[in-house]
Ligand binder design. Structure first.
Ligand code: AMP
Ligand code: ZN
Length: 502
């Protein structure tokens, strides 16, 4: 039921019943990556969280326009708003490439990683550089409405006037307006601003700056926050339903976005603001500068001092879903191992469930009630601000029942046919559609499974012959090569068996 969904709204600091502007439809904007370097795992966590949210909203039957931008201009070093170099420009200068080559390279890398994590593409993925005209128009509106002022070719947003008129600055970050207004900063261009909390919406380009456009004020480039205001307005309207992003964006990025939208059209951009929490590594913020980081590739191969082995993308996705999107997530080797085990148990449960059939001849009321309670509880948990860990706990309660049946400790006839059917439907849609997990052990269809089984039987047979002929070199090469491919061979007196490392 669509009217049960509760969303934690950063603006109110509370869970609120979700009411879209147009019934059955949702406009959702999520801040995308700045494409100046390889996407890091922290970014991946945020985008997996919003992918799961998007998937659940789709599952509930909403028609959604999901916009996730690509920041390819305006995001300055250290998140400064004036006196630093543009992140993409800097990389282009260092690598002696066109800024667009940098943006292209890392956008492709980002898309590949999103595919690896099985995230759905957004409906629209607008680039900041493709919307310079819209941003210039927005700056004009802000100036016309009295919230922007021009100094030496740069345009600044007048936060003092805005606070006096609207008093909504600081709503998302919880910062007190008085603190913001008494803030002082030692910036080179600070003297151009009327107040330290003012921020640049158009920046006059230094001669060395690679990315620049004509505007009524100077040859320059837009401030970082402006793109999201302009592109969300263009594709979702002045006020839309959901705006998301990582929690580190609340201030200044989102706070300034709200100010710009009010400044341009006197209205709030989004009704619900959702923020994901940060990814930590061994209890500390994941950060490239102090080496406390693991790249997604290192995570998959295990080639990192922080890891004892590699983990598959789906085990990592499962690991992310095991914690609520608003909780911090601490990545440790032990936690990943536990998640890998949990993921395998869930997929085994799913497979065992497919084998179960019943006519309900010994229907056990308590058992059927337990399952129905968990199915209902699972949807209640998903409706309760997308509580994935609690929904997973519901699935595992049912996996315990499924495995008891699979291991002949419980009779399948205890299940009523309609309860079994409902459980099958729930597993299928929640695991694959909503959680976006895929079964990495399967080749995608039964035929591929059969083929893999047949090939492995042949390979192990050949290895057995090599062993019988005391050709230990060949036997070891086969075992080691399979291991590199993620297939573990175990020898015992009854012969050899194999498992795929998920
Ligand atoms: P950026 O490429 O820095 O503009 O960030 C893209 C998205 O990733 C934003 O929504 C950030 O909030 C998010 N993000 C950055 N670092 C982390 C982190 N350590 N954990 C979770 N999300 C992050
Ligand atoms: Zn943004």
């Amino acid at each position: 039921m669509q009217d049960q969904l509760k969303i934690f709204n950063t603006i109110s600091g509370k869970k609120e019943l979700f009411k879209p502007i147009n019934e059955g439809r949702i406009g959702m904007y999520v801040c995308g990556p700045t494409v100046y370097s390889d996407v890091h795992l922290g970014n991946c966590r945020t985008f997996v969280s919003f992918d799961f949210i998007y998937r659940y909203l789709l599952h509930k039957g909403y028609k959604i326009r999901y916009v996730r931008n690509i920041t390819d201009v305006g995001h300055l070093e250290g998140d400064s708003d004036t006196d630093a170099e543009d992140k993409i420009s800097k990389k282009a200068r260092l690598e002696q490439l066109e800024p667009m080559e940098i943006a292209q390279k890392y956008t492709i890398g980002f898309h590949k990683m999103m595919d690896i994590f099985n995230t759905l593409p957004p409906s629209i993925e607008p680039r900041a550089t493709g919307h310079i005209l819209e941003q210039i128009e927005m700056v004009k509106d802000i100036i016309d409405n009295g919230y922007g002022y021009v100094v030496n070719g740069s345009v600044y947003f007048d936060t003092v006037k805005f606070v006096k008129d609207k008093k909504v600055y600081g709503q998302l970050s919880g910062r007190k307006v008085e603190d913001l207004l008494s803030e002082t900063r030692d910036l080179k261009k600070q003297d151009e601003k009327r107040h330290p909390s003012d921020f640049a919406i158009w920046i006059k380009a230094d001669p060395s700056h690679l990315m620049r456009w004509n505007s009524p004020w100077s040859v320059g480039f837009p401030g970082w926050h402006l793109e999201c205001s302009a592109m969300s307005t263009k594709y979702l309207g002045k006020t839309f339903d959901i705006h998301g992003g990582g929690g580190d964006l609340k201030f200044p990025h989102h706070e300034n976005e709200v100010a710009q939208n009010y400044g341009a059209c006197n209205c709030a951009p989004a009704n619900y603001w959702m923020h994901g929490n940060m990814l930590l590594l061994n209890g500390k913020k994941m950060s490239k500068s102090d080496g406390n980081t693991v790249t997604p590739e290192q995570l998959f191969t295990g080639d990192s001092p922080h890891l004892t082995k590699g983990y598959s993308p789906m085990a990592v996705r499962f690991f992310m879903l095991q914690s609520h999107y608003r909780s911090t997530l601490d990545l440790t080797d032990d936690a990943l191992k536990a998640a890998e085990k949990g993921f395998r148990r869930l997929m085994e449960g799913y497979k065992n469930l497919q084998e179960i059939s019943t006519s309900g001849s010994k229907a056990d009321a308590a058992l059927n009630e337990k399952i129905e309670k968990n199915i209902n509880g699972l949807y209640e948990n998903l409706d309760d601000d997308f509580n994935s860990p609690r929904a997973l706990a519901n699935l595992f309660e049912m996996v315990t029942v499924i495995n008891a049946i699979a291991n002949d400790r419980t009779d399948a006839e205890n299940l009523r046919p309609e309860v079994l059917e409902k459980m099958k439907e729930t597993f299928e849609s929640v695991i694959f559609e909503v959680f976006g997990l895929t079964d990495e052990t399967a080749g995608g269809d039964g035929q591929s499974d059969d083929l893999a089984d047949g090939l492995m039987e042949l390979i192990l047979d050949l290895r057995q012959r090599a062993r019988e002929e005391k050709n230990w070199g060949m036997a070891d090469t086969i075992r080691d090569t399979l291991k590199e491919l993620g297939v573990e061979v175990k020898d015992s007196k009854d012969g050899s068996t194999w498992t795929v490392n998920t």
